[in-house]
Each structure stands twice: as structure tokens, then as C-alpha cells.
Design a protein around this ligand. Structure first.
Ligand SMILES: NC(=O)c1ccc[n+]([C@@H]2O[C@H](COP(=O)([O-])OP(=O)(O)OC[C@H]3O[C@@H](n4cnc5c(N)ncnc54)[C@H](OP(=O)(O)O)[C@@H]3O)[C@@H](O)[C@H]2O)c1
Length: 263
């Protein structure tokens, strides 16, 4: 789907990946409804864009926040919804605070599904529309230290796949876009150190944004970023025991940095 002149709801616009998407869509002459929870961050983002866009302060984890978003979307008649909001807590489940578990499931899975449901009547009115959910490599590979984050992203991938099939023929395309590690504030110092120790490569948010927009234009239902991550995703689906053995060997490193994340 083309983005030029389209009206696009971007949730998580103030994040590392969200801001990179906003900047590239701005250059492509899209009309943006930028959602975040910090007024200062939204204003800072807006100041760096070439065109004027609508800024909206809203928390997707509150019913009132979701309703505010929907009301604005009705007024703007949006064509595309991009969900770039997310939270991550790297921690062994035994040590994880329950509030973090709730926050990850709500922000990464429950609230995006609820928002999608509310937006559907608007999107299905259009002859062509799109929903883009940003997942993760951890939405396809269960990784120690990220059990709840993985659960939220596996859920988002399943939701996106089912909805894509449910909406086939409706004119609404559903894209699940899965970056690998990306250099943003989502990753704590311990996560960065873990990635280095495991030899995991990372992308810039600009590379992620570019590929996401290309996938949207090409109507790719599912898109995974990065080699060898794409291969591991397939290998894990076909031979999970092989990936299991490889990851179990890395447990001492994972435990070390998870403990550091606590301290
Ligand atoms: N960075 C990576 O390594 C990586 C890799 C794979 C996938 N991803 C996924 O990519 C997406 C974007 O991540 P990022 O790296 O850009 O993270 P980020 O820089 O931490 O940005 C996260 C964004 O989510 C927003 N957000 C969080 N909770 C929210 C809520 N309750 N209501 C509204 N907005 C909320 C934040 O807004 P506030 O400013 O208001 O907090 C911020 O704009 C996430 O889904 C993440 O899981 C990231």
C-alpha cells in the first residue's frame, strides 16, 4: 500500500523506531497522527518534521486513552494504523516483578488488540487500509531471560496472522513486522552487553523504519529482519530442539546479565 498522502496513526511515535518511522513518513508526504505519552517528546519530534502533523497525548493501556485515539482517528479518517509502542523487561521469571509482567502483556499485546478492534469499523470503510504491528525476533524464538516479552510478541504474531486471514478480501491488509535487536532506549545497558556477548547484531532505527515502509508498500504479510535471525526463526519452527540446545549453552551468559539488570 502506498503511503504518499495517506493518513496514518502512529502509536509509539516518540520511541526510537517510532520516531524514525515518523521522519520517513513525513518525507513521503503522509499525514500523521502521532501518539505518545510525553508532551515534550512529541513536541521535540514534531519540531524535526517538515510538515505539521496532529499530536495526541494518550496511554494505550487506559480505556480513556484508547477512546481518545479512536475519536481523533474518526475525525481524520485514517488509512493506516502502525503500532510501534512496546516495553521490554529483561529478567528471569523467578525474579521479575509482577507489575512488569502486566505492563508487557498490556502494552505489547492486550491494548494493541483492543485498539485494533476499535479501529476496525473505520479501516474497513476504506477501499484499502492497513494495520502494522511491530513484533520481534522474540515473537518467534523463545529466549531465556525474556519469557514474558516473548509471550507478548508470540501473541502479537498469532493475532496478526489470524486477523490477516479474517480480513482477507476486506481491503484491510495486516502486516506483522519483526525487527531484530535495534539500537534504541528499549534496550538497557545489560541487554546491550548481553547482545554483544552473544554476538547478536543490531540495526539502526532508520534501517528498521525503511524496511517497514518497504514492507507496507509491498503488502508483505510477515516480514523478519536480519541474517542470521531469519534462518533461526525458520530453524526454531522446524527443529526447535536444535535451537533449544544452542540457547541452553548460553544460559551462564544470560544469567550473568539478567542478574546485572536486577542490580
Ligand atoms: N529496540 C529493539 O531492540 C527492538 C527489537 C525488536 C522489536 N522491537 C519492538 O519495536 C517497538 C518499538 O520499540 P523501540 O525500540 O522504538 O522502543 P522505545 O524507544 O522504548 O519506544 C517505545 C515507544 O512505546 C511507547 N509506549 C510505551 N508504553 C506506552 C503506552 N502505554 N501507551 C502509549 N505509548 C506507549 C513509548 O512512549 P513513551 O515515550 O510515552 O514511553 C515509546 O514511544 C516495540 O514494540 C518493541 O518491542 C524493538
Amino acid at each position: 500500500m502506498e503511503v504518499h498522502n495517506k493518513t496514518i496513526l502512529l502509536v509509539g511515535a516518540t520511541g526510537g523506531i517510532g520516531a524514525a518511522i515518523a521522519k520517513q513518513l513525513d518525507q513521503l508526504n503522509a499525514h500523521l497522527l502521532l501518539v505518545g505519552r510525553s508532551e515534550q517528546a512529541l513536541r521535540q519530534l514534531s519540531a524535526g518534521l517538515s510538515h505539521r502533523h496532529i499530536l495526541l497525548l494518550a496511554d494505550i493501556n487506559s480505556a480513556a486513552g484508547r477512546q481518545q485515539i479512536v475519536t481523533q482517528c474518526q475525525q481524520q479518517a485514517i488509512d493506516i494504523y502502525i503500532n510501534a509502542a512496546g516495553v521490554m523487561d529483561f529478567q528471569l521469571l523467578a525474579q521479575q516483578e509482577s507489575v512488569k509482567i502486566e505492563q508487557m502483556i498490556n502494552t505489547n499485546l492486550l491494548s494493541p488488540m483492543m485498539l485494533c478492534q476499535l479501529l476496525l469499523p473505520l479501516l474497513t470503510q476504506k477501499s484499502s487500509a492497513a494495520i502494522v504491528n511491530i513484533g520481534s525476533t522474540f515473537g518467534s524464538i523463545g529466549h531465556p531471560g525474556f519469557a514474558v516479552y516473548c509471550a507478548s510478541k508470540f501473541g502479537l504474531r498469532g493475532f496478526s496472522e489470524a486477523l490477516r486471514r479474517e480480513l482477507a478480501g476486506s481491503g484491510v491488509q495486516v502486516l506483522y513486522f519483526s525487527p531484530r535487536a535495534t539500537r534504541t532506549a528499549l534496550n538497557t545497558h545489560a541487554v546491550k552487553q548481553l547482545n554483544e556477548a552473544l554476538g547478536n547484531r543490531s540495526d539502526s532505527p532508520e534501517q528498521v523504519a525503511k524496511m517497514l515502509i518497504a514492507s507496507l508498500k509491498a503488502n508483505n504479510g510477515q516480514q523478519f529482519m536480519g541474517w542470521p535471525e531469519k534462518i533461526f526463526v525458520r530453524l526454531n519452527a522446524l527443529c526447535p530442539n536444535l535451537v533449544h540446545k544452542a540457547l541452553v549453552k548460553k544460559l551462564p551468559i544470560i544469567f550473568r546479565y539478567a542478574n546485572e539488570n536486577t542490580g
